[in-house]
Design a protein around this ligand. Structure first.
Ligand code: G6P
Length: 469
């Protein structure tokens, strides 16, 4: 029976599987910003979350975790390969990130994407109460808005796109470009990270479908010939700042930061990179620039260390397998050439860490390096800024991230320009404490004002406007 006033649809459920000492299985909500932002809404509106538990062939009944109703979607092994690893992460992901890796186009992947999107849409349509709201998330589910509208014309539908939307010349490569636009246009509000993403989307709609576009509004013809208006604009996402502030203030976390410094031999300067191991993140460019600075004698491993956390991601997709080989070869070469017995040039960690440890790393880092070649937002940049209540530390930030639109006082870089990147790293290392705190204060003001709650409120307000239209 349809009971939820508010239904979130995302590829992943917001839970982690926890296996107890006796082998019993429980689920704990994962600490992501999205779930934190939506939790109050989920509770007050009798919400439900439709998503995949992250394992093939896992058949689960709907269940509750920490007061949230979860509706699991089952994917077969071949659907994980064709829909998730294939179309979502080897077609759309590289295409939408400016073809940094070549996108693969396979008709059977597309067929699996349509089939799986329909399964998510059906589950949402079955769960949502009359005149309720459905909020669909991200590139794995671009067809769901229109599919939900066909099944349930009474509901209000939002879609938020967490990754970039590409320029038309690139988007036009997609063999199913018109179907994807139609899928997204099933939503009343289509949210993007940057104004530029919304502009590219509106251009694609105008050029491919020839729909009338006025400002952010699109006139979309319905099946009955009636027109309705969909709105596409930017809603830059952020983090749930509260747990970061709390952890950064904790004495044990600060002690851990000092311990990290000491265990590296108390270098004068610690540089930090934190990324999913993804070719969009510019990890290779960053390490190359850093290696050259050592090679040139501008940095000395006796007093500088780079900590690179590269968390494992999408490990069965070819482009990720190759990237890992490339990065690990580069790190080993630089360390082999420059390490001393007591000091390492790069401390490379191919692991994920709990949030406490991440905050300790942020506090230990004098310079945070975010050098993505293309990134929807980059929340690591915002996490670093949020934790620096001491107003110290320098953020080096690629101009190709959504965060660059807001975090204007960062040291901006074009990561493709290795000489420019080297100079930016030196500028960050040599920045005076007074200049650091002037910049960090302004950065923190922005991140603390526009947190994930402000983001979800503004999106939901736009959806409420759409309902009144
Ligand atoms: C990006 C995407 C998310 C995705 C996350 C992790 O941030 O925008 O939709 O969940 O990466 O990737 P994964 O493939 O592990 O879900």
């Amino acid at each position: 029976m349809a009971v939820a006033e508010f239904v979130v649809v995302a590829n992943r459920l917001p839970v982690d599987r926890v296996v107890g000492p006796d082998g019993e299985e429980t689920w704990r909500t994962s600490p992501g910003g999205l779930v934190a932002a939506l939790e109050p809404m989920m509770r007050s509106a009798n919400g439900a979350w439709v998503g995949w538990a992250g394992q093939a062939d896992l058949e689960l009944e709907p269940f509750e975790a920490d007061g949230i109703d979860l509706i699991p979607i089952t994917l077969s092994l071949s659907e994980v390969e064709d829909y998730y690893e294939g179309f979502a992460n080897d077609t759309i992901w590289p295409l939408y990130h400016d073809v940094i890796a070549p996108p693969q186009f396979h008709r059977e992947w597309w067929e699996a994407y349509v089939r799986v999107n329909r399964r998510f849409a059906q589950a949402a349509a079955d769960a949502v109460a009359p005149d309720g709201t459905v909020w669909v998330h991200d590139y794995q589910l671009q067809l769901v808005p229109q599919m939900v509208r066909e099944l349930r014309p009474d509901v209000t539908i939002g879609y938020f796109h967490h990754i970039p939307f590409p320029a038309h010349g690139l988007y036009a490569q997609l063999p199913w470009r018109d179907q994807v636009l139609q899928g997204l246009l099933g939503a009343d509000v289509i949210g993007f990270q940057r104004a530029q993403d919304a502009t590219y989307f509106l251009t694609a709609v105008r050029r491919r479908l020839r729909y009338e576009v006025k400002g952010p509004g699109i006139a979309v013809p319905g099946p009955d010939g009636q027109m309705r208006t969909a709105v596409a604009r930017a809603f830059p996402i952020s983090i749930d700042t509260e747990p970061y502030l709390a952890l950064a203030a904790r004495e044990d976390v600060q002690a851990r930061a000092a311990e990290i410094r000491a265990s590296l031999g108390n270098p004068r300067c610690i540089l930090l990179g934190v990324d999913r191991l993804d070719y969009t993140k510019g990890i290779r460019h960053r390490i190359k620039a850093y290696g050259e600075l050592i090679e040139d004698g501008r940095l000395d491993v006796e007093d500088v260390t780079l900590i690179q956390v590269a968390s494992p991601s999408r490990e069965r997709v070819d482009a990720y397998v190759h990237l890992r080989d490339e990065i690990e070869l580069l790190v080993a070469r630089i360390n082999g050439d420059h390490d001393t017995v007591g000091h390492s040039a790069i401390r490379y960690l191919h692991q994920g860490f709990p949030r406490e440890e991440m905050v300790a790393l942020y506090l230990a880092a004098d310079v945070m390096l975010v050098t993505a070649l293309r990134d929807g937002m980059n929340l690591v940049a915002k996490e670093y800024v949020a934790t620096r209540a001491d107003d110290r530390g320098v953020l080096v930030l690629s101009e190709f991230t959504g965060a660059a639109d807001e975090l204007r006082q960062a040291v901006r870089v074009n990561p493709h320009d290795i000489d420019g990147l080297k100079d930016a790293i030196m500028q960050a290392i040599e920045m005076t404490p007074a200049e650091q705190s002037k910049r960090m204060r302004a950065l923190r003001r922005r991140v603390l004002e526009n947190d994930v709650n402000a983001w979800s409120s503004s999106f939901l307000a736009a959806l409420a406007d759409a309902r009144r239209r």
